[in-house]
Design a protein around this ligand. Structure first.
Ligand code: IVH
Length: 702
């Protein structure tokens, strides 16, 4: 679609537009400016969402987009239906109307091994009367299938698969997917109307960030990217859909009508040609991932090789699809009532298995939350043995109607933690028992409470042994005080032997006694001693995070550490004062206040201080010179490649400073996904440079 020359022209056009914008001038006329803005924005959408290689910064893009919007508001008669602004939706969808597909969406026959494929190829060759067939192989995307209709180059309808005959009209939501063009030059190839099919996905990183957020908010995570994608497509608020970061691959032309008098171009005589054409027209298709081969052995080889690459892909695939490449031959082979004879899915090794749910353990976390954990007969899924699965909270047990003795379907997709998909009702025999949620703490027997509006039961006894142990495990952990050779098992061991009772006790361990324990040679003892000693000088934010104050994550811990010169300063801070800090709301502020108002906690901090643990904000010990010396940074929105705390540490390591709010003192605002008011505020201050996460990464590279 874009030759090198056109790309160069568009790059120049983007520059011209930006400089005209700065001088508040139009190109020549409003018409011409609108046209140029649209071309540049559509091109940059393609670079960003289809090619994953942006050529202008997010900030520049946002400026151009805002200009386009402004001009269209001022000149409503010049708004075109395929203007990039038309993706933006107003209002909620009341109901999704059922629509017929132009051609039924059939499913594919499955194969699981080389023999299945050899068998399928033999039948196809016999039926075609050919010694060898040319196949096109591509990934089988594990998302939600969609069908799109373009008429006279315009996207006129997007629908879900539904029952294959009819689906739901989700055009407005489809328009929120920026890799799907609102218009595409099919007419150049003589195509008047076309129905194309594909799969909507959420990539693994976006999915993980989304679930991390849910877990932090005490909501059960979504099961897998596939469910997240199909759920997102049916959301009633298109603006929410836009925030989900959906992507789409288009892989099948199911129907087309040529313009009168036009014959089919060579590009659409074969499946691989169609994938290339879709890619040329600006769609994301598996044009690069596909492979055209002759004979089934080459198919098998490619499938086996691709399976080894599965975990390296940014999105989930659950197999490969093998299609007869030549459309004329596809027609000759035809279809059964269920699936085409010219295509077959090769399914990768299952990441699902069934097992028996034997019992449910109730684990008490460091904040007293009681989490049900299903204990199942060990099963092997995708290379690991699974025997324990978190059920998150009581609601999950109820929603999935789980019973002890049930046969359960377990899934473990890629990096996703294993989860129970459902219980297999048909295999119940009446002996299954209900799962009874305890009313009292399984460790200290205190009565459990569930605050109004929450889904988690809690033990409120802060001296509950389970909480004490979990707090110590948290304190020594990697993101907190990072006491390397300590770890969960040593905390549990020392606690059970009475050698360790509380957090300060970590610095008072009797190493003579530990030296007598099995498994503690001289070397491991020295390692442990050194690691404990070294942790005394950890920066203040690690100590604050390590204390395990409810709702205080790594970022809040840093904000707090940066706001004081000594931890004890917080003892005198009022809730109002805490609320003035960046990103701290009433819930978090209340919890911090409660922690520092508690006598036991203050006593613990005094003991730690007496034991020589750093309690001061030692920012001055940071490098005084580095690439970023004297520069201030602030991060906003969700970063997808870096953890925010790591990114902040990178800045500090190079001599830069993290500040807590947008002001003229800020030099760089690094903007992640779903950035909000800070970005808006920063845009109004000329001296602040706005960076995307990628810009930041490029800048920080040594
Ligand atoms: S071709 C008539 N190609 O797998 C054949 N399907 O059971 C049309 N899928 O419902 C489908 N990746 O949602 C095709 N590269 C691919 C695919 C693919 C995923 C899904 C699709 C379909 C199901 C088949």
């Amino acid at each position: 679609m874009y030759t090198k020359e056109i790309e160069r022209t568009l790059a120049q056009l983007a520059k011209d537009l930006l400089s005209h914008l700065q001088q508040q001038r139009l190109l020549h006329s409003v018409d011409e400016t609108l046209e140029a803005l649209r071309r540049v924005i559509v091109y940059n959408d393609w670079r960003y969402y289809v090619q994953s290689e942006p050529v202008i910064s997010d900030y520049e893009y946002d400026q151009l987009f805002a200009w386009l919007k402004k001009l269209e508001v001022e000149n409503p008669h010049l708004v075109s239906a395929d203007s990039p602004t038309q993706r933006v939706a107003q209002g909620l969808t009341k109901e999704f109307i059922t629509v017929q597909h132009l051609v039924p969406m059939l499913s594919l026959e499955n194969s699981y091994n080389a023999d299945d494929l050899i068998d399928w190829d033999r039948k196809a060759r016999e039926s075609a009367g050919l010694p060898e067939i040319e196949y096109c192989i591509e990934p089988k995307f594990d998302g939600a299938s969609i069908s799109l209709i373009y008429e006279d180059d315009r996207l006129v309808r997007g629908a879900t698969r539904g029952d294959g005959i009819a689906g739901e009209d989700i055009t407005t939501n489809i328009k929120q997917i920026r890799s799907i063009p609102l218009s595409a030059s099919f007419s150049k190839y003589g195509i008047h109307q076309i129905e194309i099919r594909g799969e909507v996905l959420i990539n693994k990183n976006t999915f993980k960030a989304f679930n991390d957020k849910r877990i932090a908010e005490n909501q059960p995570p979504l099961a897998n990217p596939r469910n997240a994608a199909s759920g997102s497509l049916r959301m009633v608020d298109p603006n929410e859909v836009a925030k989900r970061g959906l992507e789409a691959f288009l892989y099948h032309m199911s129907y087309h009508v040529m313009d009168t008098g036009k014959t089919e171009p060579a590009e659409i005589q074969t499946h691989s040609g169609t994938l290339d054409l879709l890619s040329t027209l600006g769609f994301r298709s598996p044009a690069k991932e596909k492979k055209v081969v002759k004979g089934i052995q080459a198919v098998i080889d490619y499938c086996l090789w691709f399976e080894t690459e599965r975990d390296n892909l940014p999105y989930e695939i659950d197999g490969m699809v093998i299609k007869v490449n030549d459309y004329a031959l596809q027609d000759k082979l035809g279809m059964t009532t269920h699936h085409p004879r010219w295509a077959i899915a090769y399914k990768f090794k299952a990441r699902q298995a069934t097992s028996k749910l034997r019992h449910v353990e109730f684990q008490v976390g460091r904040t007293g939350s009681v989490t049900p954990v299903a204990k199942i007969d060990p099963v092997h899924i995708g290379g690991v043995t699974v025997s324990s699965i978190s059920l998150f909270n009581e609601d999950v047990i109820r929603e999935k109607d789980l019973k002890l003795g049930d046969t359960v379907l377990v899934e473990r997709a890629g990096d996703v933690i294993p989860y129970i998909v459902k219980s297999v009702d048909d295999l119940r025999n009446g002996t299954e028992q209900p799962i009874v949620f305890p009313t009292h703490c399984p460790v200290c027997s205190d009565q459990l409470v569930k605050p109004e509006g929450e889904s988690v039961w809690r033990c409120t006894n802060i001296n509950c042994e389970a909480q004490v142990v979990e707090r110590m495990i948290h304190f020594v952990s990697k993101d907190a005080m990072d006491i390397k050779s300590f770890g969960e098992s040593n905390v549990r061991k020392f606690f059970s032997l009475g050698l360790l009772k509380d957090i300060p006790g970590i610095y008072e361990l009797d190493f003579d006694k530990i030296g007598q324990l099995e498994g503690f040679g001289k070397k491991s003892l020295t390692n442990l001693q050194t690691a404990i000693e070294q942790s005394k000088t950890q920066p203040l934010h690690r100590l604050i995070f390590g204390l395990g104050i409810r709702y205080v994550g790594e970022t809040t811990a840093k904000t707090l550490a940066n706001a004081v010169s000594h931890i004890m300063d917080l003892q005198t801070w009022t809730e109002e004062q805490i609320l003035t800090l960046e990103d701290i709301g009433p819930k978090v502020a209340g919890s911090i206040r409660l922690f520092f108002a508690n006598h036991d906690n203050i006593e613990m901090l005094n003991r730690l201080a007496a034991l020589g643990i750093n309690m001061a904000n030692t920012q001055s010990s940071l490098p005084v010179s580095g690439n970023l010396t004297g520069q201030t940074f602030l991060f906003t929105g969700t970063l997808t490649k870096l953890k925010r705390s790591d990114a902040e540490e990178m800045v500090e390591q190079q001599g830069g400073k993290i500040v807590s709010g947008v002001s003229s003192k800020l030099n760089f605002l690094v903007v992640g996904e779903e950035a909000g008011s800070k970005l808006e505020k920063a845009k109004k201050i000329n001296t602040i440079k706005i960076l995307s996460e990628d810009d930041f990464l490029a800048m920080i590279q040594p």
